[in-house]
Design a protein around this ligand. Structure first.
Ligand code: NAD
Length: 342
């Protein structure tokens, strides 16, 4: 038995692999193209484990992916690999189409070819789990109900459109070819090893480095936050007990305005590592021009995974954000390493 995990050197994929080895000795072959967002250091001690094999390749490299299937014969694929940053997708959508759409298509085709060649129990047991985002559902008005699995797809950014396209490919490979797939759509994640271009790690690091804390527009955009380890536990739950062909929304019922998140980070830093001059980090907040097409509100209705699979988040936003700030305070060398490399 082996798992194939793609995007394993990124924020969420690496968390999945690290957490896997806290519970299991099942081998993992992990694959990552090591883009600017992928760093082997996110895998930490897992890299030295005999049950772990790392392959430096793209999900779009059919020869490399086929070779992994042939050699390692995985019982499941977990597809985390993606271009994931909305701002970058606005500046250069091409990479997002290449990896998130074409790459997922190629990975699906390799998985289908491999699955077609399996026999007996191995055929029935195989799973292709695709990790996706709530951003595929578009934006909510203040009084709208949170996104459920039956919401229409209405992606608004090149990133979310590329993820929506990949979700549709996964669905079609199930309905057309019978590939045993599962899809998860999760809200915004935060936690350790998050590349410091995203709101929470960027704010922590900018605050510590005496830089401005940029807040888009009026800062009232609402995101629904989930601690990354709760997300990866949810994915494991879906992999082991989810119903084939189904989609599961994963979220922590933690809607917060971006400005409030930044203020909370400032308060925590004021407590844990006060500025030498005694002034609050919140004085570094700076409002900047809004992102084009910026979605106003995301919120996840996670009742299906809670009711049907028994998953629930462990962390509240308050406990998770404290752990996250503490982790960045203790791991500034990691941030320096991953930002210096490119
Ligand atoms: P990330 O950017 O931190 O990591 C992505 C990883 O994929 C990186 O290691 C990168 O090197 C790798 N990668 C990129 N292109 C590749 C390719 N062609 N082949 C192989 N590897 C490639 O992203 P993340 O935050 O860890 O997100 C992982 C997945 O979870 C993505 O599919 C994303 O859409 C989804 N997701 C993210 C969030 C979030 O808040 N971060 C929320 C919901 C869903």
């Amino acid at each position: 038995m082996t798992l194939l995990v793609t995007g394993s050197a990124g924020f969420i994929g690496s968390c999945y692999v690290r957490q896997h080895f806290e519970h299991s000795v099942e081998p993992v072959v992990s694959l990552d193209a090591l883009t600017y967002a992928g760093h082997l250091s996110t895998l930490g001690p897992v890299l030295k484990r005999p049950e772990h094999t790392f392959v430096h390749a793209s999900i779009g490299d059919v020869d490399a992916v086929r070779a992994i299937f042939e050699k390692h014969k995985p019982r499941a694929v977990l597809n985390f690999a993606a271009e994931s940053h909305v701002d970058r997708s606005i500046l250069g959508p091409g990479e997002f189409i290449e990896t998130n759409v074409v790459g997922t298509y190629r990975l699906l085709e390799c998985a289908r070819e491999y699955w077609n060649g399996l026999q007996g129990e191995a055929t029935a047991g195989f799973r292709f789990l695709h990790v996706s985002t709530d951003e595929v559902y578009g934006t909510l008005k203040p009084k709208d109900a949170p996104f459920s699995e039956t919401n229409r797809y209405e992606p608004n950014s090149p990133y979310s459109a590329s993820k929506a396209a990949s979700d549709h490919l996964v669905r079609a490979w199930h309905h057309t070819y019978g590939l045993p797939v599962l899809t998860t759509n999760c809200s915004n994640n935060y936690g350790p090893y998050h590349f410091p271009e995203k709101l929470i790690p960027l704010c922590i690091m900018n605050a510590l480095n005496g830089k401005q804390l940029p807040v888009y527009g009026d800062g009232q955009q609402i995101r629904d936050w989930l601690f990354v380890e709760d997300h990866t536990r949810g994915i494991r739950t879906v992999l082991e007990t989810g119903v084939l062909g189904e989609t599961y929304n994963i979220g922590g019922w933690n809607e917060k305005a971006n400005l409030d998140v930044v203020k909370l980070i400032c308060n925590l830093l004021d407590e844990l590592q006060p500025r030498a001059d005694g002034i609050s980090y919140s004085t570094q907040i700076a409002f900047v021009a809004d992102r084009p097409g910026h979605d106003r509100r995301y919120a996840i209705d996670a009742r299906k995974i809670e009711r049907e699979l028994g998953w629930k988040p462990v962390e509240t936003f308050e406990t998770g954000i404290r752990k996250t700030v503490q982790w960045y305070l203790a791991n500034q060398a990691w941030v320096a390493e991953v930002t210096a490399e490119r």
